[in-house]
Each structure stands twice: as C-alpha cells, then as structure tokens.
Design a protein around this ligand. Sequence first.
Ligand code: NAD
Length: 481
Amino acid sequence: MELRYDTFYIGGTWVRPSTARLITPVNASTEQPLGQVPEGAEADIDVAVAAARRTFDEPIGWASWEPQRRAEVMDRLADALDRRADGFVARVSAQNGMPVAVARQLESGYPSAVLRYYAGLAREAVFEETRAGLLGGAIQVRRVPVGVVAAIVPWNFPQALTMFKIAPAMASGCTLVIKPSPETVLDAYLLAEAVEEAEVPAGVINIVPAGREVGAYLVSHPEVDKVAFTGSTEAGRSIAETCGRLLRPVTLELGGKSAAIVLDDAELDLAKIREGLFGATLLNNGQTCFLGTRVLAPRSRYDEVVDAFTALASSLVVGDAGDPGTQIGPMATARQRERVESYIAKGRAEGALLTTGGGRPDGLDKGWFVEPTVFADVDNSAIIAQEEIFGPVLSLIPYDDVDHAVRIANDSSFGLGGTVWTADPERGTAVAHRVRTGTIGVNRYIPDPAAPFGGVKASGLGRELGPEGLNSYLQYQSIYR
Ligand code: NAD
C-alpha cells in the first residue's frame, strides 16, 4: 500500500495545503511507511471552518433543509461507505494494528449502520412543536442545529468514532470540521472520497488531518459553535478548559479503567464465553476505551478466574493485523508500546503476580507487539489498577463479597464501561445498577448505536449515540406568539 494525497477535502472540493508539511502513516505490524498526506496547519483550519460556516449560515442551505432531505444524503453516504468497506478495513488495520477481523466488524459496516440509524432518527424526530403558553398565546418550541462542529477523533477506532459525530451532526443540520489523528489519516481520505461521491453538499463535511496543537487551535476557533472530542482524559481536560472559557458546548468521550465483575455463579468455561470475554476485556489489542481491564474475582473462585483469564490471554493468536487469523495485533505506535511496557514494569515493581505475557512475542521482530499480559493478586490502589494502560494488560483483583466488588469497581477516577458475569442476568443487572459508570454489560459488552454511550467522572461529559446523542447537536429556540 503506497497512498499519496496532496490536498484536503474542504468545501466540497480538494484544496491545496498552506504548508509543505507531511504526515507519513506507518504500518504498525511491519513499520513500513504506508503513504503520505499533507499535515494541516492553522491556515488550513481557517479555510475549513470558513467553508463549514458559509454552508451553515446560508439562508436556504443545509441547516434549513427538511430533515427528510438530509436523511436521503445520509443514506447515500452510508452506501458510498459500504462500497469502500474493504478499503476501510485494510487502511485502518494497517495504520493502527487493529486485527482485520475486528476492523471488519467495527470500522466498516458499523459506521454506516450508525449513519443509517441517525438518518432514521432525522426522519422521525420532532424538531418543532407548538404548545399553549401558561400566560396565554402559543409558543413555538424549535430544536435548531447548534452550528459548526469541531470533531476531534483518536486513532483507535477512527471511522466508528468519527461517525459518532458525523451522523448526529448531519441529522440535526450542523456542518463539521473533522480533525483525524495523525496516526490514522488514510481512512479519513477514503471517507472524504465517499463524501464527494455521495454528493454531500459542499461544506457540510470538511477534513483536515493534523496534530494536537492544530487541534487546540480548532477547538478555540471563533467561528466554531460546538466541540465533539474523543481521546485521552488529559487532552479532554485541556479542551474543556478552553470551552469553559469560551462558553462553548462540548462533549468529551475520554479514557476508562472499567471493571469486569465476575460473580460467584459465573460460567467460566472458555469454550462457552471466550468471544464475549475477549470483546469485553481485550478487543483491539486492548486499545479500546471501554474495556474491563480490572477483573474483579470472588475469593471463593479466585483460582478458577485466574486460570480462565490466563488461558484466554495465552491462547490468543498474536500477529500481523492484516492476517485474518490474528486476534491481537501490534500497538498503534512505538510510543504506545513504550507506554504499555512501562506499565508492565510498574506492575512487576509493585509486586503483582505475572501469570502470562509481560514481554514481546517471539518471532515478531518488526511491529510494535506486546504479549497479552495478565497480572493476578493486584490491589486496586496499584498504579496498574488505577491508570489507563491502553494495551492488552489485565489486572485481576480479588474481592470478598458483592458489596466489596461494587466498592472496588467504583473506586476509580473513571466510569465508562464495565461488565458483570453471572449465570443469573437479573442478579447481574442489580449489580450493574450499583456501578457508577455510563455503560455496562451483563455477560457481554457491545456499544449499541441505539443507546447513549459515554462516561462519568474522568471518562467524560455528555453522550453520543442513541436519540440522546442528537441532543448535543441541537439547541432550543422558543418563539412566543
Ligand atoms: P489523544 O487525546 O492524545 O488524541 C486524540 C485526538 O485529539 C487526536 O486527534 C489528537 O491530535 C487530538 N488532540 C490531542 N490533544 C489535543 C488538544 N489539547 N486539543 C485538541 N486536540 C487534541 O488520545 P489518543 O492517544 O489518540 O487516543 C487514546 C485515548 O482516547 C485513550 O485515553 C482512550 O481511552 C481514549 N478514547 C476514548 C473513547 C471514548 O469514547 N470514551 C474512545 C476511544 C478512545
């Protein structure tokens, strides 16, 4: 794969960059360069924001269209994305190390399903109603698009997380400037090509890949009306500060350190639960925000839980992300592997018991691979239990009874995902009610587009997905008549 682009998709056309700076995405499995794209600078952001602004402000433009008409464009875009499914899988997986088997589920097909779901919501949603006033007369209550959206996304699920923003923004009549992460730019160009082919009106979707400083510039741009951010808690705090100062609406989907609570009646036969457990704790090489990387195990079955997770982690096929048989690919970048390895070193130094992994896999000399790793006997106050590692590293923590398990689950600065594993789904649901988290699964975890997704505490502000996800892109206007 050797892909070269020399323009940005802005205002419905291909625009020359303001500088000669380039981004060179690299294959995470082979360390080979994959191509080159221009790196956006502040002047490019100015052009993109101006295009989004013009389209939004046009009196008979996109924002004023009947939602049904916008939904037709969204359906066309979903079809154009589906026609490129193989391209998305190949590009995402090469750039960030996501196994193609995972990319096929979540980076193609899933984004277009989210888009079609929001097209459906656009058709059904009530954007205007008239009520009787308490003080006489009638009031027209309108839900109007918030305006120009700055959408900033990370590299771990670049297409799905971009679509979490594009879909509700389009449904509500907003326009967007999207800033992909420098690690995953080639899939963003495929998205731009789909946008062009689907004849999305010029200026609705503008894409400028760039680094964090330029991202910060976009967040504070005077012509931006709302910020939608997915990424680290650290960057989220800085963006929230800017948005607080500017009184600019913001949604933040940040990091996590969720708990997978194994109850004492849980099925632990890997032949039966392997897929669900993998999806909830190790998906995408552990580079997934909602994973239950703190596994809480009842003392009564502690050894069994340790054995099950050790067997799961040690049996996974580690290899080139492009191989259909691979279950764990490399970390997305050299820096990310360093980070994961530094946490493994901290786990050892803190005295946790390493039951499998901990090093680099044999025979994989190129690529940023780390062995799936399990630490047992971890105390919840340990660094590896409190901080987000963002790699295939699980911490097993023993508990005495359910109250203790809930206390440990909630003893975290994060609150994004989580799971409860039990033979009794009612019991699992009752435990789920007690966990302070934005989302949680019983015997499975799948961020379903029909339900609000997001976190509490340091995991973020606001929600994406579901009808609730539309609200962040709308504001109210009351007209007293
Ligand atoms: P990151 O915060 O470093 O970068 C994310 C994006 O923000 C990138 O596009 C980056 O260029 C940009 N950015 C960074 N600092 C910025 C700033 N100050 N202003 C504006 N833009 C800025 O995160 P990452 O390392 O790319 O992604 C991993 C993190 O994302 C993990 O912490 C993970 O948990 C989190 N994440 C959260 C969710 C969720 O939905 N909650 C989903 C996926 C990933």
